[in-house]
Design a protein around this ligand. Structure first.
Ligand code: CTP
Length: 414
């Protein structure tokens, strides 16, 4: 039996200790709610499923009960509640209510404060200040684009609901467009972000991540082993902490964290341009990219061919601009309007090299990767070097470390 969705007793997850009411309304996307339920539980949440009658046409309460390990609620007349008030009891226990999928009809019902069945009743009865309502719509593209739906969505937002947006692509009806329910993992990420403290609210964080690629000719180049995972984790953590985030990414195969604006670049020169374009709007700059120190002086326009003589081509290099050092020396950084954080990849004498690098680059905070080489790994340990000295963040997942680092940055900003 696959018990992987069941949280282990005492296991930590990003939703550990959270109680989530998962509301299903009528739509083909209900099949994804089974996976959503599993992912929520995997993150440590307890999940109480509530289904409308229409949802039961698409997926059975038996499935959702088995996955959530709790009886599903569907009726406001449910005699299991001693006081006969499931709408009060369920909404008071919740840390959040997530409607996924939320149909066009159910959105309209919420807008009008309807309460003639359990799910809309408990949404209306929820303590608005304490229990957020997250809405993941799912419907045909024409229904989604209809002015009535868009009007209702705007009204829902101004009534305090958290709108998670929709995906785009092929739909069950055979049409293609906007209106698909977000993927379960995206909904979980948005929920985690929503429930996170917001110490970076009002800040704009610019992050560089990944390797660069320096062309030798159209098919060859010089790069390095950076996976970009640490930078992507920092971008995600900063967004969770309430910042607006721009992520300048070298060539990597990583999904963009939810809610993060991504700019893809290839070479160190591209990276410099992208940073220059976005840095004026930023209040924090975190440089995790493994930027090539040198690039071939000339990239050949055509593929370099062997000429049969056995001679190897000679490459000459020019130095790339040190992006971090340049940004750290800008007037905004010097005046304190822009807080700069550098990273250091060292193969020896981490503390001494990190301290020297911090001074050389002129950044207030320099973060050393504690070896052995962590390129491509999901875990790391960090050494934070600032004017007060050095402090270690012990071995943990890159996401956990990113969250700690973001909290450290927030403390320094305040
Ligand atoms: N960095 C940068 N632009 C460069 C080189 C490095 O922005 N052209 C940034 C990196 O993103 C990192 C920091 O500078 O935040 C240190 O990078 P690292 O490769 O460790 O050091 P270097 O400055 O390249 O020095 P060395 O290779 O001699 O250790």
């Amino acid at each position: 039996m696959d018990n992987s969705a069941q949280p282990q007793p005492g296991a930590a997850g990003d939703l550990a200790g959270r109680h989530i009411v998962l509301g299903l309304t009528g739509g083909i996307a209900c099949y994804k709610s089974a996976e959503l339920c599993r992912l929520l539980i995997k993150q440590g949440a307890t999940v109480q499923v509530v289904m409308t009658e229409a949802a039961e046409q698409f997926i059975t309460p038996v499935t959702m009960q088995a996955l959530s390990n709790r009886p599903v609620y569907g009726s406001q007349w449910d005699a299991r509640e001693p006081n006969n008030m499931p709408h009060i009891n369920l909404s008071r226990e919740a840390d959040a209510i997530v409607l996924a999928p939320c149909s066009a009809d159910f959105i309209a019902r919420l807008v009008h404060g309807r309460s003639d069945e359990l799910l809309s009743l408990l949404c209306l009865a929820r303590p608005m200040q304490r229990v957020p309502l997250l809405v993941a719509p799912a419907m045909n593209r024409e229904m989604w684009l209809h002015p009535a739906t868009q009007r209702n969505m705007a009204q829902l937002a101004s009534d305090g609901a958290v709108l998670l947006g929709v995906g785009s692509g092929p739909q069950a009806c055979g049409e293609t467009g906007d209106g698909r329910m977000l993927e379960p993992a995206e909904i979980v990420d948005d929920l985690i972000a929503h429930l996170s403290p917001k110490p970076l609210a009002g800040q704009h964080v610019l992050v560089t991540a990944g390797p660069t690629f320096e062309a030798i000719d159209p098919v060859r180049g010089i790069t390095n082993l950076s996976s970009g995972k640490m930078g992507f984790a920092i971008a995600r953590a900063a967004r969770e902490a309430g910042a607006r985030v721009t992520l300048v990414a070298g060539p990597v195969h990583l999904a963009t964290p939810r809610g993060v604006a991504r700019v893809d670049v290839r070479s160190a020169q591209d990276l410099l341009l992208a940073v220059e374009q976005h840095v004026d709007a930023a209040s924090v700059f975190v440089a995790t990219a493994a930027v090539a120190d040198w690039r071939p002086a000339h990239a050949a326009e055509q593929k370099i061919k062997k000429d049969g003589s056995g001679q190897v081509p000679a490459l000459s290099f020019v130095e790339n601009t040190d992006v971090l050092a340049r940004v750290a020396q800008s007037p905004r950084a010097r005046s304190g309007a822009l807080y700069c954080v550098g990273f250091a990849a060292e193969s020896e004498a981490l503390l001494q090299n990190a301290q020297a690098k911090r001074a050389r680059k002129g950044v207030p905070l320099l973060v050393g990767n504690i070896g052995p080489a962590t390129f491509g790994q999901d875990h790391n340990a960090l050494l934070l070097v600032d004017e007060a000295g050095a402090r270690e963040l012990p071995h943990a997942s890159k996401l956990a470390l990113a969250r700690q680092l973001v909290a450290e940055i927030a403390t320094r900003l305040s």
